[in-house]
Design a protein around this ligand. Structure first.
Ligand SMILES: Nc1ncnc2c1ncn2[C@@H]1O[C@H](COP(=O)(O)OP(=O)(O)OP(=O)(O)O)[C@@H](O)[C@H]1O
Length: 608
């Protein structure tokens, strides 16, 4: 990041000399436009590109900035430069209020968020038009003095645009490399999983939205004086957010510098064809370029260029730091000696009367259960009996309808999932849900940063390497999850859950879809995890693995706890045989209960 920052500052210092080069004002105006669009597109990208919440309301925040400056400078005679922070603040405040409502409603995502922000633009325009802020005729600013920053008025506007563009780009760079940015990119890929892994999604989205709106407001403030006549008709148009979106998409939304590339290309292209018939050619060419890029380079010009660059340098193969170059577990990985668990046997998680309904479907009907520190507790039951739902409510993925869940002596039902994760709870998903655009290494480092361990980025990456070695994924560190097979994706789920250093690890059908030898490997891994001191909730249908691993089992049936106790004894109870497995399955049940544990290549765990 330091190198990029230095390049930006050096470029800024060089560009700041332009007004003193004696160029015709015409060139300053073109450069003003380029910088204006760079600032707008980059500020939009801070929320929409990074987190995937596409806003079509950027015109509203830009317009609020324009009218704040216009009103303060013309009605209250406040010096123009002083109005700019106010323009940013008012726009940020409006964005925060809108975001506070929109981000609270889970359904307002994707296109609904876009529509909501677009609607907000028209509401703001109507309010401004029908109040004394504008009142109809618009606001003239020709009497407002232009501050003498540059040698000429056009030079001053150029310098102002440069300053705002630099501030915006630096903000985008800093966020991109920060914990905040990592959280936003995780939200982009899978917001629910990000929250469960400890990312405070509401706060992060709100922060990004406020920053994005505030910067757009300042751009609007500068633009108000530049055009010196502000009207709602010209300000609150659909053209502005559309142009901004297209610029960012053209350059690439997943990189801080993408909007710079897109804004520069489109502004210069349109400018090259101004006037008369050529304007139409310019617009047509821009459209054509966009179509080609969207079709053949969905990651944008910069995204594609970076992809080629990484491919040439050998993508997907990141060199692991020396200590993490451990062989895969399955092939005789690093020995982990069992750790005695402090407080083993005490109740770590307690559920009382937990209910969960989904619009009439009663998935949980008053579940009571206890999880003891250091044990592997199996949750069993037929399909649809509520096992995954229990994991979902315990991890905060869903809110309980009624009842109480306590974890480590604290009530966790009703608190946001990211706070539960901070408390030391981690889970896997039945169908792996990795962050699709993050590498395997980044996927594992993220929960180390945001989960119970709460490590800084560098330490989190070092930790991630260790868990990759532990799960045998070291060689795939630089790959994207889409390049992994099912077995590797399941182990990636393990590695992610472990990287947060949880007290409780909830494994939801991690063995489904694996071959018998992969199951043996996974069972060995789970034993090693428990030997490291974790307490495990194990939802599984593979009976021999349940028998090999679980200290106790709880049988779910139609959303209720039917039985609990020592695995072999519980599996032979008539009520379990008939209600859970069904008569047809009874022999299989008894057989499973009698079956010897599958051979495991590591030491037997110390039972709590
Ligand atoms: N998001 C949801 N919306 C509606 N119904 C749901 C939802 N999640 C679960 N259910 C319902 O709740 C019940 C319990 O489902 P759950 O997934 O918890 O069962 P399960 O025991 O984990 O089953 P399986 O072993 O097949 O994974 C089912 O009837 C299911 O259809």
């Amino acid at each position: 990041m330091k190198r990029s920052l230095l390049v930006i500052l050096a470029a800024g210092a060089g560009l700041a000399t332009v007004p003193w080069l004696g160029l015709p004002a015409f060139y300053e105006s073109i450069l003003y436009l380029v910088l204006h669009w760079i600032a707008l597109a980059t500020s939009w990208n801070l929320l929409s590109g990074y987190s995937g919440y596409f806003s079509f309301g950027h015109g509203a925040f830009f317009g609020i900035g324009m009218y704040t400056t216009a009103t303060l400078a013309t009605r209250f005679d406040i010096p123009f430069l002083w109005t700019l922070p106010a323009a940013g603040l008012v726009a940020a405040l409006f964005g925060t209020l809108l975001g506070a409502v929109a981000f609270r409603v889970q359904a307002v995502r994707a296109e609904l968020f876009s529509l909501l922000t677009l609607a907000a633009t028209f509401v703001v325009a109507t309010l401004i038009l029908n109040t004394p802020i504008d009142g109809g005729p618009g606001v003239y600013m020709s009497a407002v003095p232009v501050p003498a920053i540059g040698p000429t008025a056009s030079g001053t506007f150029y310098l102002l645009a440069l300053a705002v563009a630099l501030a915006t780009v630096v903000a985008a760079l800093v966020v991109y490399h920060s914990r905040f940015g990592t959280g936003l990119f995780a939200i982009h890929d899978d917001e629910d999983v990000a929250e469960v892994m400890g990312v405070p999604t509401f706060r992060y989205k709100l922060g990004a939205f406020a920053l994005s709106c505030g910067l757009a407001g300042v751009v609007g403030g500068v633009q108000a004086l530049f055009i010196s006549y502000v009207t709602t008709g010209d300000t609150f148009t659909i053209a502005l957010p559309l142009t901004v979106v297209l610029m960012a998409v053209l350059g690439g939304t997943r990189h801080w510098a993408g909007p710079i590339v897109g804004a520069t290309a489109i502004t210069l292209l349109l400018y090259a064809f101004t006037g008369g018939d050529t304007a139409i050619i310019g617009k047509g060419l821009t459209g054509l370029v966009l179509i080609v890029v969207i079709l053949f380079m969905p990651e944008g010009l910069l995204g594609q260029a970076l992809k080629w660059w990484h491919a040439r340098r050998g993508a997907g193969t990141i060199a692991a730091p020396a200590p993490a170059r451990a062989p895969a577990l399955a092939t005789g990985g690093p020995a982990v000696s069992p750790r005695p668990v402090a407080g083993a046997g005490e109740v770590l998680l307690r559920a009382r009367g937990v209910r969960k309904s989904f619009k009439g479907v009663q998935a949980l009907r008053g579940v009571d259960l206890e999880l003891r520190r250091g044990e592997i507790l199996g949750l069993l039951g037929p399909n649809g009996s509520g096992k995954s739902t229990f994991i979902n409510v315990a991890s905060g993925h869903y809110a309980v309808t009624a009842g109480v869940i306590e974890f480590d002596g604290r009530r966790i039902s009703g608190i946001p999932a990211h706070r539960i994760a901070h408390g030391g709870m981690a889970r896997t998903y039945q169908i792996p849900r990795p962050f699709a655009h993050l590498t395997v290494l980044e996927n594992v480092a993220l929960p180390a940063m945001f989960g119970a361990a709460s490590l800084d980025r560098r330490t989190a990456e070092a930790e991630a390497w260790q868990w990759l070695a532990f799960t045998g994924l070291t060689e795939r560190a630089g790959a994207l999850p889409g390049e992994l097979n099912l077995h590797q994706r399941k182990f990636l789920e393990f590695a992610r859950a472990l990287a947060s250093r949880p007290q409780v690890l909830m494994l939801d059908e991690v063995l489904s879809g694996l071959t018998p030898s992969e199951i043996d490997e996974a069972v060995a891994l789970i034993r090693r995890i428990r030997d490291q001191g974790a307490t495990i909730v194990f939802v599984e249908h593979v009976m021999r693995a349940v028998m090999a691993l679980c200290d106790r089992v709880v049988i779910f049936h139609r959303g209720e706890v039917l039985a609990e106790g020592e695995p072999r004894e519980v599996m032979q109870r008539p009520a379990v045989v008939s209600a859970y497995l069904g008569q047809a399955m009874a022999p299989a049940c008894a057989e499973a209960a009698d079956e010897a544990p599958i051979p495991i290549a590591v030491a037997e765990p110390s039972h709590a």
